[in-house]
Design a protein around this ligand. Structure first.
Ligand SMILES: O=C(O)c1cc(=O)[nH]c(=O)n1[C@@H]1O[C@H](COP(=O)(O)O)[C@@H](O)[C@H]1O
Length: 245
C-alpha cells in the first residue's frame, strides 16, 4: 500500500450494527459530516430492507453491504444478481463456500450490474476475526494455524476473480505476499487501546492495522458505542495520521 497517499477517512468503514432507521439517524447525527464509508450488516438489512442502502447512499456515504453470502453456486449467483441492483459499493461472500461458489457469485454480480456502471467490490470472508485458533482446530475441525488457513482462503478468493478478502489485520502481510499488493484487505477486529475486546479474538489497534498494510478498516462498537462517537472518530483519525507521518 502507498502508505503516504491515502486519506484514512476514506478507508475507515463504520459498522452500523443497529436494527432501526431511528437508531441509524441517532448514530449518524454526530458522525455524518466526518465519516465517508459505512457497513450495513445482517441486523440492519434484515430489519430495514434495501431501502436502508438507498437512504445511506442518498446521504453521500459509501456502503459496504455485508451479507456474507454462503450457499450452493447457483443460489449464490442469484443472490449476487439481486444485490447488484441495490447500489452498494462493496459486497461479500464466505470464501469457505469454495472457488466455484465464489466464481458464480462474481458472475451474478457482473450480470446484475447495470450497463455502464462498475460492479461493486466483491470480497471473500476468510476466517472470522472472532474465531481463535482453538475454535478453528477443535470446533470447526480445521487443523493448522489461522494464518495458513487465511492465506489458503485468500488464494482461492483470488483464483475465483474476487477483489480481496476480509481478515484480521494480523494476517495482512501474509495475504499481500501470497496474493499481491493490489489484492484488497478489509479488516475488522479493530480495537483502539483500552477498548473492550468483546467477542473478537484476532485484534489490532487502528494504527497497527494501517502499519500492517490493511486497505480498509471496519470499526463498529469502538465508535458507535462510545460515549462521544465523534470525538472517538477524531481521536482515531488523529492517531493514525500521526503514526503515518
Ligand atoms: O465481514 C465482516 O465485516 C466481519 C468479518 C469478520 O471476520 N469479523 C467481523 O467482525 N466482521 C464485522 O465487522 C464488524 C466489527 O464490529 P466491532 O467488533 O464492533 O468493531 C461487525 O459488524 C462484524 O459483523
Amino acid at each position: 500500500m502507498q502508505a503516504q497517499s491515502i486519506d484514512v477517512r476514506e478507508r475507515m468503514i463504520v459498522a452500523l450494527d443497529f436494527s432501526t432507521l431511528e437508531e441509524i439517524k441517532q448514530c449518524l447525527a454526530p458522525l455524518e459530516d466526518r465519516i465517508r464509508y459505512v457497513k450495513v450488516g445482517m441486523e440492519l438489512s434484515y430489519a430495514e430492507g434495501p431501502a436502508i442502502v438507498h437512504y445511506l447512499k442518498e446521504r453521500g456515504l459509501k456502503v459496504f453491504l455485508d451479507l456474507k453470502v454462503h450457499d450452493i453456486p447457483n443460489t449464490a449467483k442469484g443472490a449476487m444478481k439481486s444485490l447488484a441492483r441495490l447500489g452498494a459499493d462493496m459486497v461479500n461472500v464466505h470464501a469457505a463456500g469454495g472457488v466455484a461458489m465464489m466464481e458464480a457469485a462474481r458472475e451474478g454480480l457482473e450480470q446484475g450490474t447495470a450497463a455502464g456502471s462498475s460492479r461493486p467490490i466483491l470480497i471473500g470472508v476468510t476466517m472470522l476475526t472472532s474465531t481463535s485458533v482453538q475454535t478453528m482446530n477443535e470446533q470447526l475441525a480445521i487443523p493448522g494455524s489461522v494464518e495458513d488457513v487465511v492465506v489458503h482462503y485468500a488464494k482461492m478468493t483470488k483464483q475465483a476473480g474476487l477483489d480481496g478478502v476480509v481478515a484480521s489485520p494480523l494476517e495482512v502481510p501474509m495475504i499481500k505476499k501470497a496474493a499481491g499488493e493490489n489484492f484488497l484487505t478489509v479488516t475488522p477486529g479493530i480495537r483502539p487501546l483500552g477498548s473492550d475486546k468483546g467477542d473478537q479474538t484476532r485484534i489490532t489497534t487502528p494504527e497497527q492495522a494501517f502499519q500492517l498494510g490493511s486497505d480498509y478498516l471496519v470499526i463498529g462498537r469502538a465508535i458507535t458505542a462510545a460515549k462521544d462517537p465523534a470525538a472517538t472518530w477524531e481521536s482515531i483519525v488523529t492517531a493514525v495520521e500521526a503514526d503515518r507521518r
